[in-house]
Design a protein around this ligand. Structure first.
Ligand code: PGA
Length: 246
């Protein structure tokens, strides 16, 4: 894992956007894995600004999001489909038909997991996957204990995840308790991974990632087995920990 330490959230967002833009310029047909949550919002803002200023085009890019809440349709403001449309897709020249997110409102969620996994396989997998990390070490919504061999599946959200995500909802009771998420093996098949980490509340997780063992009880630790991971982390999340990273 290569780690880039930056000053703050703003610099993390800037660097991450530059990283993605560079990949899109090198490969206009990039298959890009995207994440939701608070962490990538600044990155998406910078991608939009660059698109407006410099005309970077996403016309031939295909995106795959990591996860979606079960029970929310794309029109629901708390769905990740809505989030992605609002925070990125509506503001760049991407073809919406090329933006893929598990369907949280599908009648048969198990079937939807199989569809999503085979869709990814049919596209030949993801070139660059953007990831955040949960304070409990989750990646996507793969909560602690998820097997490293997992494919896209239904997951029951950990109570720490529900608490953390309640800030996006009116009331904690509105946070869905289940989601569809790419599995850990699905994520690990990406050719390259860019992990973004910001804030002091992620420092414990970063300590475990950089200095702990590879274990299913801390899902992000699997990234140590991936040949091409770059972490962009701000000082608050990583200062004092970095020297332990190879
Ligand atoms: P956050 O979530 O970006 O809102 O902190 C990260 C995650 O849960 O993966």
């Amino acid at each position: 894992m290569k780690i880039i330490e930056v000053k703050d959230y703003s610099e993390m967002s800037q660097k991450a956007a530059e990283y993605i833009i560079d990949k899109v310029c090198q490969n206009p047909n990039l298959k890009l894995g995207l994440a939701t949550g608070g962490t990538p919002v600044g990155t998406y803002k910078n991608l939009i600004e660059d698109h407006e200023k410099n005309g970077t085009s996403y016309q031939n890019v295909t995106t795959f999001n990591l996860d979606e809440y079960i029970g929310l349709s794309g029109e629901n403001k708390n769905s990740y489909r809505y989030f992605m449309d609002e925070k990125l897709f509506n503001h760049i020249d991407i073809n919406k038909n090329n933006t893929n997110i598990p369907r949280g409102d599908s009648k048969d969620t198990e079937e939807e997991c199989l569809r999503y996994e085979s869709l990814l396989a049919n596209y030949g997998g993801i070139d660059l996957q953007i990831l955040g990390i949960g304070s409990n070490g989750h990646i996507g919504f793969n909560e602690p204990g998820t097997t490293f061999t997992s494919q896209t599946h239904v997951i029951k959200l950990a109570s720490s995840t529900i608490n953390a995500n309640a800030r996006f909802f009116n009331r904690i009771e509105e946070v869905p308790t289940k989601a569809i998420t790419m599995g850990i093996s699905t994520i690990m098949k990406s050719k390259e991974i860019l992990l973004l980490v910001s804030g002091e509340n992620k420092k414990d997780a970063m300590g475990k990632l950089l200095n702990g063992n590879v274990t299913e009880s801390f899902p992000a630790s699997v990234l140590k087995n991936h040949p091409c991971v770059t972490i962009i982390a701000d000082k608050a999340a990583v200062s004092g920990l970095k020297s332990h990273c190879q």
